[in-house]
Design a binder for this molecule. Structure first.
Ligand SMILES: [Zn+2]
Length: 207
């Protein structure tokens, strides 16, 4: 694999897997392809959704609002989610089958109460940086392969931001699962095409 390549594995956490608070259908099915993909990479990075208990992205923080409803926050539209990935709870843990001891970085995101963070690069205000861009730059990593949950939210927004930062962004489609809320898959795939996000499968990775 190209020495400038990194595998970014997004939010493979209990709450996004079957039985979790915000379960993505077949979310745990990404684990086997993620493990296969990992064999091709020298640099593996993980993200971990990591919210305060009263996080602004939770419907429970907005009396009278329902889960999956969209509201306007100071930084723009925000979908309201069930409480999930609360700091220090079992739901926020990585899925126990995920075995990536070689991972070099765990990047936590969404830890500011007032701002959600789908992307691993910028919070949902689109300007507050997580620091990942600087980390990749300092390490000379310019080619980002993405996998994990969910394809049409955190994986997709991370890939689009990678392109915005001038990085190569390649999504391993078979190593992702989607939420598909209100046409979100079709919508983000249009954005992928416009931004130059590439899609491939783990079987097509070469060592
Ligand atoms: Zn979240």
């Amino acid at each position: 694999m190209n020495p400038k390549a990194a595998l970014l594995i997004v939010d493979v956490q209990n709450d996004f897997c079957p039985g979790g608070a915000l379960a993505v259908a077949e979310g745990d099915a990404v684990i086997a392809p993620v493990h296969r993909a990992a064999q091709h990479f020298d640099h593996i990075l993980l993200t971990q959704d990591w919210h305060t208990p009263d996080h602004n992205s939770f419907a429970s923080a907005h009396p009278g609002k329902k889960t999956y409803e969209q509201i306007e926050l100071p930084y723009g539209p925000q979908t309201l989610w069930p409480d999930h990935c609360v700091q220090g709870t079992p739901g926020a843990d990585f899925h126990p089958a995920l075995q990536l001891t070689r991972a070099e970085l765990i990047l936590r995101k969404g830890f500011r109460r007032a701002i959600d963070s789908y992307s691993a690069f910028f919070e949902n205000d689109r300007t507050t940086a997580t620091g990942l861009a600087g980390y990749l730059r300092d390490r000379g990593l310019t080619r980002v392969f993405l996998a994990g949950l969910a394809y049409d939210y955190c994986v997709g927004y991370s890939a689009l931001d990678a392109r915005r930062l001038g990085l190569d962004a390649i999504i391993l489609r078979d190593a992702c699962r989607a939420i598909d809320l209100n046409g979100s898959v079709a919508g983000i795939e249009r954005d992928f095409a416009a931004a130059g996000v590439q899609l491939t499968n783990t079987a097509d990775l070469s060592s």
